[in-house]
Design a protein around this ligand. Structure first.
Ligand SMILES: [Zn+2]
Ligand SMILES: [Zn+2]
Length: 289
């Protein structure tokens, strides 16, 4: 019965994904992200290994300076000597790196089989999922505008923003909101917080808001936010190649393929309106007659 239930659930998920373009959660990635959420600046700072590497090898935080494997339930102490004691510190760091694999019990899968590199990247979505995800996230940002700066690709982002707004229906969305979504932020409107699903960082949007219809200080004296720099140093969204820019690239490819489709539809409709004798000539030239 349980197997049947599981199968039914799986089928429903696949149907949802195929017919509604709703993202289907990958349980392996979901449990990785759950482990990653146990790490924060209070229990994991100054360590030589970043949280994604530990979570990838099955470890979550049990308490400060103690990790626990979610599969074999072994514990691993990660207390380090002071960095001022150069040699002992260096040795302890190197031991910690190797213990991430060797501290598991003999038959634990994580001892030999950490998760693939892809978990260190942002979530890979199909085009349909991407479009749906961005639309859903944008809805929370209605009428929100912030002062922001991004250090690169600004022109490309503006081009994609114009195209996205023209192609998909999402009313009252400002460019700055689109940039926040594109760089990995979900808006928790009730608390006015932005949150990253990967590094779990949360920050308040309020200092950066542009209030309409009020007398405001000039923009030059108000704080601007760097959406990419707000992520934790090790967050997948910050990665140069495979972070937020990979999502921008996917949108650029989607835009390109949509305009190709449009052009070919236009060509075929022009062809459809030709008189029969012209169609015959075209077919002859194409070798299909
Ligand atoms: Zn284990
Ligand atoms: Zn992040």
């Amino acid at each position: 019965m349980q197997t049947l239930d599981r199968k039914r659930k799986l089928d429903q998920n696949i149907i949802r994904k195929l017919y509604h373009g709703v993202p289907c959660k990958d349980p392996t990635r979901e449990s990785f992200l759950k482990r990653l959420k146990t790490y924060n600046v209070f229990n994991w700072s100054g360590k030589p290994v970043d949280p994604p590497q530990c979570a990838r090898q099955g470890w979550e935080i049990a308490e400060k300076d103690v990790l626990k494997c979610v599969m074999c339930h072994q514990f691993l102490s990660v207390t380090l000597p002071s960095p001022s004691k150069h040699l002992p510190y260096k040795e302890a760091c190197s031991k910690l790196r190797s213990r991430l694999a060797s501290a598991h019990s003999k038959f634990c899968l994580y001892s030999t089989d950490p998760l693939p590199d892809s978990v260190l990247e942002i979530d890979h979505l199909s085009n349909m999922e991407l479009q749906d995800t961005i639309q859903q996230q944008l809805l929370a940002f209605k009428n929100i505008e912030v002062l922001y700066h991004i250090t690169s690709s600004k022109e490309e982002v503006i081009e994609i923003f114009d195209w996205f707004m023209e192609t998909f229906t999402v009313p009252d969305i400002n460019l700055s909101s689109f940039i926040l979504v594109l760089t990995g932020w979900n808006f928790l409107k009730d608390d006015m917080l932005l949150q990253c699903d990967y590094c779990n960082r949360k920050w308040s949007i309020e200092p950066y808001l542009i209030q309409k219809n009020t007398v405001e200080k000039s923009d030059s004296t108000r704080p601007t936010v760097d959406p990419v720099g707000q992520h934790q140093r090790w967050c997948a969204w910050r990665a140069e190649e495979r972070g937020w820019k990979s999502r921008l690239l996917q949108l650029q490819q989607l835009k390109e393929s949509r305009s190709r489709e449009k052009r070919s539809r236009l060509n075929s409709s022009v062809c459809g309106s030709l008189p029969d004798n012209m169609k015959a000539v075209r077919k002859l030239l194409n070798g299909t007659l």
